[in-house]
Design a protein around this ligand. Structure first.
Ligand SMILES: *Cc1c(COP(=O)(O)O)cnc(C)c1O
Length: 359
């Protein structure tokens, strides 16, 4: 076996211990004589897996009974439609903050259902910062405020929450479980699983129960949060194996010491990498210091004609998937929970060596 360091933005690295446990349970889960992939989702065995996963997720995130937790399909992208369909509640506008490519996609989709009021945008700054809260032009009549706490492509992260008098909706796909958050500041959180939760094919939604039951009449049942909450996320066959894998990841995070421990580790990893980039004239990161993502670190080389050689060399020593998003160029190191500190150390050593060779 030769596992390499994987810096992919998503689907992303999974903890090796989780993969090993899944492997050991693959053919015969807990002596039941079958794989989780082959179980009825209504069986006692799978229901226990599903309930245990939800219990651990609630515990890690500090989610009270005021919220429903849904295990859905369709990715975060499906939620770009589900959110307006469920939350407009007869209103015809919603507030959206535009801080990057994922915000833009959410805005575009919401525009099919309502007037989107873009309260603030950093597009003119090439998404290198977060517009100051006191500059946001919030429509007080709108149904909700949507924002993207971590922009996976631009590497921009909020370390504060907007304080508004309407439901707050957050696309936490690439920051969820990376640090503790105050759930009460949010009314709806959604996240595709393939960054910090588990394999792709699963989407988690945390929704305040008081917001259920207001979906527009044309909402497909599969996207109706109330329908899914009543059915325990099983109004059809759920993504059972991904749900099981997410459960193993939640257990692994608990073993690591929970979200405070994750935060300490993630902070250390990010500070090391940004520190190196800032201290080296060969590399640069364009994001304002206060809003630099702890999960996704984009960086450029002083000479972009060396990008290809950089990536080839990295690949050659087992540092995978460092190519930046096509819309940004350069490099991007995604350093989610499951990417060990040793991976960051190896990356920095390689970057140092590459710069000395080419400077
Ligand atoms: C990855 C990502 C998405 C898209 O997720 P899918 O599950 O592929 O639909 C949306 N928003 C953010 C912030 C992401 O990181």
């Amino acid at each position: 076996m030769n596992r390499k360091f994987n810096f992919c933005a998503g689907p992303a690295a999974l903890p090796e211990a989780v993969l090993a446990r899944a492997q050991s349970e693959l053919l015969d889960w807990h002596g039941e004589g079958l794989s989780v992939m082959e179980m009825s989702h209504r069986s006692e065995e799978f229901v226990s897996i599903a309930e245990e996963a939800e219990k651990n997720f609630r515990e890690l995130m500090g989610i009270s009974d005021d919220y429903a937790v849904l295990f859905l399909q369709g990715g975060a992208t499906q939620q770009f439609s589900a959110v307006p369909l469920n939350l407009l509640a007869g209103k015809n506008s919603a507030n959206y903050v535009n801080t990057g490519q994922w915000s833009k996609k959410a805005i575009q989709e919401a525009g099919k259902y309502c007037n989107v009021n873009v309260v603030a945008s950093s597009e003119e700054q090439n998404f290198s910062c977060i517009p100051a809260f006191d500059s946001w032009a919030i429509d007080e009549q709108a149904a909700y405020l949507h924002y993207t706490p971590n922009e996976t492509i631009g590497g921009v992260e909020f370390f504060w929450e907007p304080d508004v008098s309407m439901p707050v909706v957050a696309d936490m796909s690439s920051t969820i479980l990376s640090r503790p958050i105050d759930i009460e500041k949010f009314d709806l959180i959604y996240a595709g699983a393939q960054k910090n939760i588990g394999p792709s094919g699963l989407t988690l939604v945390i929704v305040r129960k008081s917001l259920l039951g207001q979906a527009s009449k044309m909402t497909p049942s599969m996207l109706d949060y109330q329908v899914q909450a009543k059915a325990g996320s099983m109004s059809n066959t759920p993504p059972a194996y991904a749900w099981y894998m997410a459960g193993l990841v939640f257990e692994w995070i608990k073993e690591q010491g929970g979200l405070s421990a994750m935060e300490a580790l993630n902070k250390r990893k990010a500070e090391k990498l940004y520190g190196f980039v800032d201290g080296h004239s060969f590399y640069a990161n364009p994001v304002e210091i206060a809003s630099r993502s702890r999960m996704n670190v984009p960086f450029t080389l002083a000479d972009s004609s060396l990008d290809k050689a950089f990536l080839q060399g990295a690949d050659g020593i087992g540092l995978l998937n460092l190519k930046g998003h096509r819309s940004v160029g350069g490099m991007r190191a995604s350093i989610y929970n499951a990417v060990p500190e040793a991976a960051v150390d190896a990356l920095i050593a390689y970057m140092d060596e590459f710069a000395s060779e080419h400077a």
